[in-house]
Design a protein around this ligand. Structure first.
Ligand code: THU
Length: 140
């Protein structure tokens, strides 16, 4: 993945934080999921007064893509932090989101964690979810 594409994805993720619905945590997360065909599916976190129905930005993006028939992915950019903070720290995906990535993504799936378009770290899925349980364990 070239640097320009990474920066573009981060930029989409950063913009998505404006749409986060976070009346409880005030912690806004944006995600941008790059499909193999080049399309980008964005997501933000959406909280709920009953807490459990809260959906993370990453899973919002996956839900949008999969519900449109897209299941082949290359990378995801994730940006998160307190709603009004001026500078962001790295926001790593929660365990549930890593498991959802594992359902649809292979070992070459890139996870981009960013503070800004210029400050980011990249990982491949096995680095952040080693020895995972997944479709291979159930499907013949
Ligand atoms: N959150 C995400 O959107 N993605 C993550 O990977 C970590 C957590 C959201 C969920 C909740 O709305 C807020 O951040 C605080 O946990």
């Amino acid at each position: 993945m070239n640097e320009q594409k990474i920066k573009e994805l981060i930029s989409y993720a950063l913009n998505m934080r404006a749409f986060s619905y976070t009346p409880y945590s005030h912690f806004n997360v944006g995600a941008a999921l790059l499909a193999a065909d080049g399309n980008v599916f964005t997501g933000c976190n959406i909280e709920n007064a009953s807490y459990t129905p809260t959906i993370c930005a990453e899973r919002t993006a996956f839900s949008k893509a999969v519900s449109e028939g897209v299941r082949d992915f290359k990378a995801i950019a994730i940006v998160g932090g307190p709603k009004d903070s001026e500078s962001l720290d790295y926001c790593f995906p929660c365990g549930v989101c890593r498991q959802v990535m594992s359902e649809f993504c292979k070992d070459d799936f890139m996870v981009i964690i960013a503070k800004s378009v210029d400050e980011y770290k990249t990982f491949y899925l096995p680095e952040i979810l080693p020895e995972r349980f997944g479709p291979k364990d159930l499907l013949c």
